[in-house]
Design a protein around this ligand. Structure first.
Ligand code: SF4
Length: 353
């Protein structure tokens, strides 16, 4: 686990309490919360609401190939809170194989994903001596993952012992342990619900948050185009190899008739990434006599698929009016060159995912 901060010194698992303007020995103990900070407006507001009543708040973001931390980092800087960065890749891949509560509109197992994040934050709460875990969830805002039923499921599955606080909707929910213990002042929490964003926009103005992302977005598991590639991987190679999951973020993906997978770089960045992600068992192709894409066939390919990949490689090369181009096919330790006629792109797209 890494930890980052806004313009404060980076903090570790047991960050020192802020001592500005106070001698440590006379400083009153303040409640400490660990808040899930995706970087969306609601997660920022949750931090603001808690800090307004004098609580110490740190953020945590869970990263994976499907969800990056850039927005969370920007939010941590804006709010000047330390940010813990936790790799969530294995967790989310396990959930994609077996989501106990199913998927949303695409391949997004939101109920289980949130529950797992909160569970992991709960473990950090215990290790780091925090009083509670907070989220920016708003009751009724998302039909699937933020209704009363799913919030209750999360509460039950994560077993945080009543220490899961939703500051934006707390007044509509049962009081939590930190509220009952007086660590958190319930009267200064909010009772937001529903899908309207107006109250959040007003709060953002009140807290001086002028920059924040539009709601939703940011998670590739909600994007149908990406999920087609992910479904194909899950059905063929499976999700056990994280390298193959990272490959989904690069290039055009094809599933060839013989069963091989073929990834065609779209630009120089893709081409470099495909080369760097190559494993010994993969087949690598590229054009020799004209500029063209790097093509990777993870896990290897039979001769027919490799030959078809050479024609696809030629299709996306700058072949001009040439009838064929030279494609180098690199397998393990053997390299060969073939002349390949560019396939019409519409034809190649028949195998595109
Ligand atoms: S949108 Fe993505 S990151 Fe967010 S809860 Fe759903 S699956 Fe998890």
């Amino acid at each position: 686990m890494k930890s980052e901060a806004g313009n404060r010194e980076p903090e570790t698992r047991n960050p020192k309490p802020e001592t500005r303007n106070q001698k440590p020995e006379t400083r009153e103990k303040r409640g400490r919360g660990l808040s899930l900070l995706s970087g969306g407006l609601d997660s920022r507001l949750a931090v603001c609401v808690l800090r307004e009543q004098g609580l110490d708040v740190e953020g945590v973001v869970f990263t994976s190939p499907f969800f990056k931390m850039d927005t969370a980092r920007e939010a941590a800087l804006q709010l000047n809170v330390p940010l813990h960065v936790v790799d969530f890749t294995r967790d989310i891949l396990d959930l994609l194989e077996h989501p106990p509560h199913g998927f949303g509109t695409a391949l997004n197992p939101c109920i289980d994903c949130r529950a797992r994040m909160i569970q992991r934050a709960g473990e950090m709460m215990v290790q780091g001596g925090f009083d509670f875990v907070a989220t920016g969830e708003v009751l009724g805002q998302r039909p699937m993952s933020q209704n009363r039923h799913s919030l209750a499921i999360t509460e039950r599955d994560t077993a945080l012992g009543g220490r899961l606080l939703r500051p934006l909707s707390a007044l509509l929910l049962e009081p939590t342990v930190p509220e009952l213990e007086g660590v958190v002042d319930r009267s200064r929490l909010l009772g937001l619900s529903g899908r309207s964003r107006k109250p959040q926009r007003e709060l953002a103005q009140r807290y001086g948050l002028t920059r924040y992302p539009a709601p939703a977005g940011g998670c590739l598991l909600t994007e149908k185009g990406f999920c087609r590639k992910l479904s194909d991987l899950r059905a063929n190679e499976g999700l056990g190899d994280e390298r193959l999951v990272w490959l989904l973020l690069r290039g055009r993906h094809f599933r060839l008739p013989g069963g091989a997978k073929c990834v065609v770089g779209r630009d120089a960045a893709d081409n470099a990434a495909l080369k760097s992600l190559r494993a010994a068992s993969d087949v690598l192709l590229h054009t020799v006599d004209v500029p063209g894409p790097t093509v990777l066939m993870p896990g290897g390919a039979g001769d027919e698929d490799a030959s078809l990949a050479a024609h696809i490689c030629a299709a996306y090369a700058d072949h001009g009016t040439r009838e064929s181009v030279t494609v180098r096919i690199v397998r393990d330790d053997a390299t060969e060159e073939r002349r390949a006629a560019p396939l019409a792109r519409e034809q190649a797209q028949a195998w595109m995912l």
